[in-house]
Design a protein around this ligand. Structure first.
Ligand SMILES: NC(=O)c1ccc[n+]([C@@H]2O[C@H](COP(=O)([O-])OP(=O)(O)OC[C@H]3O[C@@H](n4cnc5c(N)ncnc54)[C@H](OP(=O)(O)O)[C@@H]3O)[C@@H](O)[C@H]2O)c1
Length: 265
């Protein structure tokens, strides 16, 4: 059972696996009812596990890369009749390989999911939070957004957008009772690398952070109303270095991590 049943909603996108599932667990532990979404049927299995934690879970299988998918999810949230107290905009996907070697549709899907879907949902629910004068928003950005991502160019660009957007919205909402926080993970041990076609790369094969720890850092920062959090000392060092090194050099370093075949096997 959860510690403290709240009858308020925590909304988490991309909660079927990885960081999003762990964020949903954090909110369930705190007694929030959950509205969760992902694009594939796995969201139901995640909902069953979260329900077993003693909270009510509303699960939606929707494509958040589309306006229609976001609208369906927003409608399902409204139908719960519960106020959204926490909004964790986490759904996202990566894409490896050189830009000109990617299918344009795949690159577009990354933009539509990571940028368009994210801002569409936040526009809808953020207004309600501002009207109520209460709420916490967490974006899952990335330290990838701090560097030009050769062989992951579109993905890093979308995360640069999310990081930047999060700080801008935070400033705009600073006197409204709604806080905005950006979680910037480094490489984290989830399905992300396999789905992005990065398993033969150095970053795909390198050490990774535990998604539970990453999510807990993000959830804690959101609840404390902090502006951002970079989980793990290695990532903190990388984030700090990214501010001191030229973009050209960062792009060259990123090649070593993400170029196809840069892994050991
Ligand atoms: N893993 C890393 O190293 C890392 C580092 C920095 C930031 N991040 C960010 O962390 C977030 C979570 O990724 P993860 O690492 O936890 O990977 P993951 O396990 O693959 O989780 C991604 C989640 O997003 C959902 N999703 C993707 N496209 C969607 C769409 N069009 N509509 C609805 N849901 C969609 C997936 O659901 P379906 O399976 O149903 O599509 C899944 O629930 C992403 O924003 C990612 O960019 C990850």
């Amino acid at each position: 059972m959860s510690n403290d049943q709240k009858n308020e909603l925590a909304v988490i996108t991309g909660a079927s696996s990885g960081i999003g599932f762990e964020l949903a667990k954090c909110a369930a532990e705190d007694g929030y009812d959950l509205a969760i979404a992902a694009n594939e049927p796995d969201i139901q299995a995640a909902a069953d596990k979260l329900t077993a934690m003693g909270v009510k879970v509303y699960a939606a299988e929707v494509d958040l890369a589309t306006r229609e998918g976001v609208a369906r999810f927003a409608h399902a949230i409204e139908q719960t009749g519960k106020p959204v107290r926490l909004l964790m905009a986490n759904a996202g996907r990566g894409l490896g390989h050189g830009f000109l070697d990617q299918a344009l549709e795949d690159a577009q899907q990354v933009v539509d999911t990571n940028i368009s879907g994210t801002i569409t949902l936040v526009h809808e629910l953020g207004r309600q939070m501002r009207e109520r004068g209460d709420g916490r928003i967490l974006f899952t950005g990335s330290i990838a957004g701090l560097m030009p991502g050769s062989f992951q160019a579109v993905y890093n660009g979308t995360k640069a957008f999310v990081n930047s957007f999060s700080f801008a919205l935070r400033e705009e909402l600073k006197d409204t009772g709604v806080t905005v926080t950006c979680l910037m993970p480094g490489a984290t041990d989830t399905a992300f690398f396999e789905r992005a076609g990065l398993t033969d790369t150095a970053i795909g094969q390198g050490d990774k952070d535990d998604p539970e720890k990453v999510a807990r850092a993000g959830y804690g920062a959101m609840m404390a109303g902090e502006g951002d959090v970079v989980a793990g000392w290695k990532n903190k060092a990388m984030a700090a270095a990214s501010g001191m090194v030229s973009s050209e050099r960062l792009a060259a370093q990123h090649r070593k991590m993400a170029e196809p075949g840069s892994g050991k096997s």
